[in-house]
Design a protein. Structure first.
Length: 177
């Protein structure tokens, strides 16, 4: 079993949305996962990166990498409070979610009044993605979202299930195992 963690602060950097959007266009056009978003989203703030640089790697087609790419890009698109990119977050949903799950998620969001991808009204400050293994014909990945900062943080653990063709078919707060 391969295990990979990706942790990232949700900080905005100039040109980041353009890089993520360009990566999505390339990914959709070429049918590969967006490595740019995961790599861009895990850079530490300037003060920390001088002391402890971080590296992010991924494997094309790997479930953990795919989910990390999706969450990194999605959080970037939603996370700019002054100028969130609704078109990008919609395009990401269309690319990464199965059509059936996208419809179920829309109903869930209407009933619960929160973003179904994040299970919250706001965006996390940090997130971690890790492998949870094979489930039936699919693969489960655990996404831990950390909201807030300092001593006032709250964590939410989500279980993301991918079909065998690497599209998300479920996001839940309990494991499918």
């Amino acid at each position: 079993m391969n295990t990979m963690n990706t942790t990232s602060p949700a900080h905005r950097r100039p040109g980041r949305r353009a890089a993520v959007a360009a990566g999505l266009v390339l990914a959709v056009g070429l049918g590969v996962s967006t490595q740019v978003s995961a790599q861009a989203s895990t850079q530490a703030p300037a003060a920390v990166s001088a002391a402890a640089p971080q590296a992010v790697s991924g494997i094309a087609g790997q479930a953990v990498t795919r989910v990390a790419d999706f969450y990194g890009a999605y959080i970037d698109a939603k996370g700019d409070y002054t100028d969130p990119d609704g078109a990008l977050s919609t395009a990401l949903r269309q690319h990464y979610l199965t059509p059936a799950f996208a419809q179920q998620l829309t109903v869930w969001e209407t009933n619960n009044g929160v973003d179904g991808i994040l299970r919250a009204q706001n965006v996390p400050a940090r997130w971690t993605v890790s492998d949870n293994g094979t489930v039936g014909n699919g693969h489960e990945v655990v996404v831990t979202l950390t909201f807030g900062s300092g001593g006032t943080t709250q964590k939410t653990k989500l279980f993301v299930l991918l079909e065998r063709y690497n599209r998300i078919v479920a996001i839940d707060t309990t494991s499918a195992r």
